[in-house]
Design a protein around this ligand. Structure first.
Ligand SMILES: C[S@@+](CC[C@H](N)C(=O)[O-])C[C@H]1O[C@@H](n2cnc3c(N)ncnc32)[C@H](O)[C@@H]1O
Length: 272
């Protein structure tokens, strides 16, 4: 079976697109095509301006969270999407990472279904995968971890039950939106029997100019953690696979310094 034919975005349709972790180079080709075709692009914070330039003929509207200002309400965004599509626009909704990974893409898709507006999903490279990969951390390294679990650190309800259900050291744990909850998460895991010397990485702004990573142990996870680093978001990775970042991340950084473009902007890890 071959790939489905490449049909252009039709007027009156919405494309819910993942823009990847930040670097425009990590955008999918389908996402780039959709941007070229769009009449309207509704985009979130952390979308690189270079990505928006791929939509030269579109009206571009920021609907993300700006520091110090209240977020645009989800219902308002849903209404904008429906209205623009009903007017016959080719609408792109551009989100960081993947639209269905803690991105509220599901709510937008449901609103479109309820309004009878046709839509598609264009998956993106989630920061849950990209941040560890760019730091040289293989999340399911054979012999070290057989699974990885992604949780949101947004609120205890979002992670407590999942963390409590994990046998100690049984998986690599990846926490998005978790910098403010690092102490609570570490305490929960230690109470469950995770070893205090389990390595952890805090990875800020993966794939962007602001990329920075540091390692520590689970027992000292929250020490010196910054909720955002110069506006760059952060992802926490906990598990024995983090140790490999010291070698692989350093090698990737070395190649990048030598100008190897395939290893662009790695998140080299610094122990702190
Ligand atoms: C609202 S969630 C959206 C996740 C997104 N849908 C995805 O798949 O990556 C935002 C969180 O993703 C993580 N994140 C997004 N971009 C990142 C990046 N470039 N580096 C590290 N973490 C990032 C942070 O944990 C941030 O708080």
């Amino acid at each position: 079976m071959g790939a489905p034919p490449r049909v252009p975005l039709r007027p009156g349709c919405v494309s819910l697109i993942g823009a990847g972790p930040g670097d425009p180079d990590l955008l999918t080709r389908r996402a780039a095509r959709r941007l070229e075709e769009a009449d309207l692009v509704l985009y979130d914070a952390l979308v690189d301006p270079e990505v928006l330039e791929l939509a030269p003929s579109a009206q571009r509207v920021f609907v993300g969270k700006r520091a110090g200002r209240p977020a645009v309400r989800q219902e308002f965004i849903n209404r904008l999407l429906v209205r623009a599509a009903r007017r016959g626009g080719r609408v792109v909704r551009l989100k960081g990472g993947d639209p269905f990974v803690f991105g509220r893409g599901g709510e937008e898709a449901l609103a479109l279904v309820a309004a009878g507006v046709p839509f598609e999903i264009v998956p993106g490279v989630s920061s849950a995968i990209a941040a560890p990969a760019l730091a040289g951390i293989p999340v399911t390294h054979r012999g070290t971890a057989t699974a990885f679990v992604v949780v949101s650190g947004h609120s205890p309800e979002a992670y407590s039950a999942v963390l409590a259900s994990l046998a100690p050291q049984s998986a690599t744990l990846i926490v998005l939106m978790g910098l403010g909850a690092a102490t609570d998460i570490a305490t929960l895991l230690l109470e469950r029997g995770w070893q205090a010397d389990t390595p952890a990485a805090v990875l800020y702004g993966a794939s962007t100019e602001a990329s920075k990573g540091c390692t520590r142990s689970l027992g000292s996870l929250s020490q010196g953690i910054e909720e955002t680093r110069n506006g760059a978001p952060g992802t926490i990775v906990i598990g024995d696979v983090v140790r490999m970042g010291a070698l692989l991340g350093a090698e990737m950084a070395r190649f990048a310094e030598e100008g190897d473009r395939t290893a662009d902007r790695p998140g080299a890890l610094a122990a702190r």
